[in-house]
Ligand binder design. Structure first.
Ligand code: HEC
Length: 273
């Protein structure tokens, strides 16, 4: 949501480029009726989010550890998680559940494109971007509005910049990984976990998932649900293999006692993003 200036592609599947249109895409499912979309408001919000910083981590950080973690991040993660990275990572690269990326089939593309078009009822609407550029978004068409990622060859996920990542749990496009620890130690990922509890786990970084700790169970708390990774589209697979990117091995799996210190440093650094 925040710091849109660093994100050249949006939506998990990287289908929408321009910030103005991202905002329309976010509003449409909520507003429902495209004729009720407010174009002036869309532009104001797009510009507000352009440089909006994420909220800072609200608990203590061990800064000496975070400094060591920053070096690990640069070596292993920044090659993908960097500003303006418009690469789409496919199943063979990253191995996460492909269901969401495949949503944009031909029929869905035409449905979304028509919805976008219908939201833009004033062809002369002038949008002034934060850099002062003047655009008439309602006169834009086709791929400039939404990219047709309608075939498996072009479907996958963007590697977002990780600012404010402490506040983004549960992780991945489908929220299938409860904490940063579980992301970085793939063998520890639970089959099921509790979603909707707001007790924060400052060691693993994410929300506490153990009902024995939260004292809450899904049956009695209306805001809680059980996330079940065995359901269609819910797999918590992928982002679990070390990969060679730009000629260098990048560690994505930090399992094992030999990486325990490094893992702690990396997580400590991620708190500061
Ligand atoms: C080959 C590129 C690549 C490398 C290297 C990589 N990632 Fe990722 N990462 C991705 C992609 C792509 C996604 C989105 C996958 C999805 O949601 O299905 C992702 C998702 C994430 C997320 C979830 C973000 C969210 O908001 O849910 C975190 C956290 C993350 N990566 C951390 C890291 C860390 C830490 C490292 C280094 C140890 C790393 N990544 C290395 C490509 C990469």
């Amino acid at each position: 949501m925040w710091n849109q200036q660093e994100r050249s592609l949006a939506q998990w599947d990287g289908s929408v480029k321009m910030a103005f249109w991202r905002n329309i895409a976010a509003q449409l499912p909520i507003v429902g009726d495209p004729s009720k979309i407010d174009l002036v408001n869309t532009g104001v919000v797009a510009n507000f989010l352009d440089g909006l910083p994420p909220a800072a981590y609200p608990f203590d950080v061990d800064m000496a550890s975070a400094v060591r973690g920053e070096a690990l991040f640069k070596d292993n993660c920044a090659v993908c998680h960097k500003p303006h990275n418009d690469t789409i990572y496919q199943f063979r690269d990253i191995g996460t559940d492909m269901n969401r990326a495949a949503v944009l089939n031909d029929a869905a593309f035409h449905l979304f494109a028509a919805g976008f078009q219908a939201s833009c009822h004033d062809q002369d609407f002038l949008y002034r971007s934060p850099t002062g550029e003047e655009v008439r978004p309602c006169r834009m068409a086709g791929e400039d509005v939404i990219t047709a990622r309608t075939t498996p060859a072009v479907q996958g996920y963007v590697a977002e910049v990780l600012d404010g990542v402490w506040a983004r749990a549960p992780y991945l496009h489908n929220g299938s990984i409860p904490t940063l620890y579980h992301l970085l130690v793939p063998a520890s990922r639970p089959e099921q976990f509790l979603r909707g509890a707001i007790q924060y786990d400052t060691a693993k970084v994410g929300y506490v998932l153990d009902p024995a700790v939260t004292g809450l169970v899904a049956d009695t708390s209306p805001t809680l649900t059980i996330y079940d990774r065995r359901k269609d589209g819910h797999a918590g697979t992928g982002h679990d293999r070390n990969l060679v990117v730009d000629g260098k091995l990048r560690r994505l799996d930090w399992s094992g006692p030999q990486y325990a210190d490094a893992l702690k440093d990396l997580i400590e650094y991620l708190k500061t993003r």
